[in-house]
Design a binder for this molecule. Structure first.
Ligand code: CP
Ligand code: NVA
Length: 301
C-alpha cells in the first residue's frame, strides 16, 4: 500500500504530542550537532518562493545540507508556474522528482491545492493566512528559556495576521492562554479564533493584553503584499507599538519575540527589541533547528 505523505500546512496537521516531540527534537539537534548524522543523504527539498525570504530560505537550505541532502530554490518567475502551468500538474511533476516541497505563497489555497496533488510532504513556508514554521521556532525558544509553555499567558500585539493566526493555533495545540490586542479593523479571522475555544481573549490596549503575560509577541504592521497600505496602517496601528511600558505591564521575567524582519519605532521600540527581555535572535536561529526536526519528521517516516 502506498503511504500517504504527511503535510505541514498548519500546526493542526500534527497532534499536540507530535508538536511537543518535535520541539524537544529541535532542542536536541541544536545542542548535539553531529556532522556524521545525515538522515537525508541524497534527498531533495524543492522550495517555491512567491515572496521574499531570508530566514526561511536559509534555514531550510542549511538544514538540508547539514542532513546530507540538498535544496532547490524555485521562483515562479523562473519556472512554468509563473507562466500559468496548472498547480495540480506542477505538484504532480515536482513531487515525482523530489522528497519534500516547501512553498511560500500569497494565497493559502495555493499550498492546500498543491498538497492535494503532491506525492511527497508539503510544508507551508508562509501564506497570507498562516506561518506555522515560525511557531515551531518560537515554541522552541520559549521551551529553551522558560520550560513548557503549557498554562502560560502570551500577549499578541498588532495585526491579526498570518503570525497571529498561527499563535491562535499554537494556543490550542500547546495549551496556553493568548491575549490579543489588535485595532478594530485588523482583527484575526473569526473562524480561526473560534477554533481555539476559550484559549483566546481580546483586549483594547497592548498594556491590558500584556498584563501578567509570560511572552509578548508582535509583527510588522504591513505584511508582504500590503506595502501599498503602509501609510494607512501606520495611522491605524500607532497605539499598538510594543514599548517599555507594555513590557512593564507583563510579568517581570516575560520574554519578547518577533519573527523578523522588524521595524524599530513602528511595531516595537528599539529599547524593547534590543533590550534584555528580547530573544529575537535566538528565535531566528531556532528556525534552523526546528526546520531540521520538521524535515526529519516528515521525510524519514
Ligand atoms: N521570519 C521569517 O519567516 O523570515 P523570512 O521572511 O526572512 O523567511
Ligand atoms: N507577517 C509577515 C511575516 C514575515 C515573516 C509577512 O507575512 O510579511
Amino acid at each position: 500500500m502506498i503511504k500517504q505523505p504527511r503535510h505541514f500546512i498548519s500546526l493542526q496537521d500534527l497532534t499536540s504530542d507530535e508538536l511537543r516531540t518535535l520541539i524537544h527534537r529541535a532542542i536536541e539537534l541544536k545542542n548535539h550537532r553531529d556532522p556524521e548524522f545525515q538522515p537525508l543523504k541524497g534527498r531533495v527539498l524543492a522550495m517555491i518562493f512567491e515572496k521574499s525570504s531570508t530566514r526561511t530560505r536559509i534555514s531550510f537550505e542549511a538544514g538540508m545540507a547539514h542532513f546530507g541532502g540538498s535544496a532547490l530554490f524555485l521562483s515562479p518567475r523562473d519556472t512554468q508556474l509563473g507562466r500559468g502551468e496548472p498547480l495540480e500538474d506542477s505538484a504532480k511533476v515536482i513531487s515525482s522528482m523530489v522528497d519534500c516541497i516547501m512553498l511560500r505563497t500569497h494565497n493559502h489555497d495555493t499550498v492546500t491545492t498543491f498538497a492535494q496533488h503532491s506525492n511527497v510532504p508539503v510544508i507551508n513556508g508562509l501564506t497570507d493566512l498562516l506561518h506555522p514554521c515560525q511557531l515551531l521556532a518560537d515554541m522552541q525558544t520559549y521551551f529553551e528559556q522558560r520550560g513548557d509553555i503549557l498554562g502560560k499567558t502570551v500577549a499578541w500585539v498588532g495585526d491579526g495576521n498570518n503570525m497571529c493566526h498561527s499563535y491562535i493555533n499554537a494556543a490550542r495545540a500547546f495549551d496556553f492562554r493568548l491575549n490579543i490586542a489588535c485595532p478594530d479593523d485588523y482583527q484575526p479571522d473569526q473562524s480561526i479564533v473560534a477554533s481555539a475555544g476559550d484559549k483566546v481573549q481580546f483586549f483594547a490596549t497592548p498594556e491590558e493584553a500584556a498584563s501578567e503575560a509570560d511572552l509578548i509577541v508582535t509583527d510588522v504592521w504591513a505584511s508582504m503584499g500590503q506595502e501599498n497600505e503602509q501609510k494607512k496602517r501606520e495611522i491605524a496601528f500607532k497605539h499598538y507599538q510594543v514599548t517599555e511600558r507594555t513590557m512593564q505591564a507583563a510579568n517581570t521575567d516575560a520574554l519578547f519575540m518577533h519573527c523578523l524582519p522588524a521595524h524599530r519605532g513602528e511595531e516595537v521600540a528599539a529599547k524593547v527589541i534590543d533590550g534584555p527581555q528580547s530573544v529575537v535572535f535566538a528565535e531566528a536561529e531556532n528556525r534552523l533547528h526546528a526546520q531540521k526536526a520538521l524535515l526529519e519528521f516528515l521525510i524519514c517516516r
